[in-house]
Design a protein around this ligand. Structure first.
Ligand code: SF4
Length: 381
């Protein structure tokens, strides 16, 4: 089993994190006993101030899913955060939080987003933000500089920004000024927030990738994450896109400035074969929680749509979580899923966990845990 884990799964950063950083959650998964998600995504709003061409949420909702309404008032957000901080199941808490959106930009609701970030960081939790970067004004820097990371989805160069994101060149310049401003503030206050930029490569922006990477480095970004459109719309450009991504990683990745590919050619082939991981084998939803703009919990971030299954009210998170995933103290099957696509992190995680579950069925939990533990300890030496 060790060889299989090493050869197949350890290339994936999310699986590595599960084994080496969140092992206690994996242990309880193997034992089939209740545990909380190690990470929760909070989506403060369904609305966005720009319109990206490949926005997965907008595509899913427009195809029939329907957008959720924004129901989180400041007092509701305060109750949700209190409920999340109080979660403790089997001695485990929710370790990390991310503010993001399936269809919306978190800083469109800057009031509730920033105050929730302040409460969670003050409580010592790990907190990250996914944003388009357009609303990161000077007024946000103090709060954002206290986070673990801020990920700005740039996804275009100056020339393609309007075509792909619906914003002007001036807006593109402003995003870079905002990143640089936050970086200078962070350095002046000796804070540790990591600054990330995301770039989804497609035929319209492929020629700008190198320039965007160099610009990101010049304004003080720490890491650039390069993705490709994995929904099958690349057509004949697949090879060119992956060749370009690999060349960029080779040329610019260094210990001081990371340039990493999020998707592999293997991911693209897997997505083309069938977009959504077999729903009946989904375990991702036990490790990651999602709170949508209506203040309800959903099986995963890609299910935050009007037609999605509501697990419970986020103001009583632990209750809803245990009721949904465990019935009568026993683990329940996966929750109904309405999404045609899985989040990028989910496919690798599900493939790994499905095989862990098979191994438990064949060999028993003691053998599997001994194997995983020995493996994790060995790798950490
Ligand atoms: S879309 Fe979400 S809930 Fe559905 S199978 Fe994928 S990870 Fe699981």
């Amino acid at each position: 089993m060790t060889e299989v884990v090493q050869a197949t799964y350890l290339k994936d950063a999310f699986v590595r994190d599960l084994l080496f950083k969140h092992y206690e959650y994996l242990e309880r998964f193997v034992l089939g006993v209740p545990f909380p998600p190690y990470e929760v995504e909070l989506q403060p709003s369904s609305r966005c101030n720009i319109s990206c061409r490949w926005c997965m949420g907008a595509v899913s909702c427009s195809a029939g899913g329907g957008f959720l309404s924004d129901n989180i008032t400041p007092s509701v957000m305060a109750e949700i955060v209190e409920s999340l901080l109080a979660v403790e199941i089997g001695g485990l808490v929710i370790k990390t939080f991310r503010f993001a959106g399936f269809t919306g930009e978190p800083l469109v609701r800057g009031d509730i987003t920033l105050s929730a970030i302040e409460t969670l960081t003050s409580a010592g939790r790990t907190v990250g933000l996914f944003t388009n970067g357009t609303l990161m004004s000077r007024a946000t820097w103090e709060t954002l500089s206290r986070m673990s990371y801020v990920h700005v989805s740039l996804d275009a160069g100056r020339d393609s920004y309007q075509l792909l994101k619906g914003g002007s060149r001036k807006m593109f310049d402003r995003v870079l000024e905002n990143i640089e401003g936050l970086r200078k503030y962070r350095d002046a206050c000796a804070r540790g927030v990591e600054l990330h930029v995301g770039f989804v490569v497609c035929p319209e922006n492929i020629g700008e990738l190198s320039h965007v990477i160099q610009t990101a480095r010049s304004v003080g970004v720490d890491s650039v994450f390069v993705k490709c459109d994995v929904t099958g719309r690349l057509g004949d450009s697949v090879s060119l896109v992956f060749d370009t991504i690999e060349a960029a990683c080779e040329a610019y990745n260094s210990p001081e400035f990371a340039v990493q590919a999020v998707h592999s050619r293997r991911d693209h082939v897997a997505m083309a074969a069938g977009p959504c991981y077999p729903k009946e084998a989904c375990h991702y939803q036990k490790l990651f929680g999602t709170i949508a703009p209506d203040g309800k919990m959903y099986p995963c971030d890609y299910n935050a749509m009007r037609c999605g299954q509501v697990i419970g009210d986020a103001r009583s998170f632990a209750l809803g979580w245990v009721r949904s995933h465990y019935s009568g103290g026993k683990k329940a099957g996966p929750l109904p899923c309405v999404s045609a696509f899985c989040p990028p992190i989910a496919s690798a995680m599900n493939a790994f966990l499905q095989n862990v579950e098979l191994a438990v069925n064949w060999h028993g939990s003691d053998v599997v845990l001994a194997c995983l533990k020995g493996f994790a300890n060995g790798m950490q030496l």
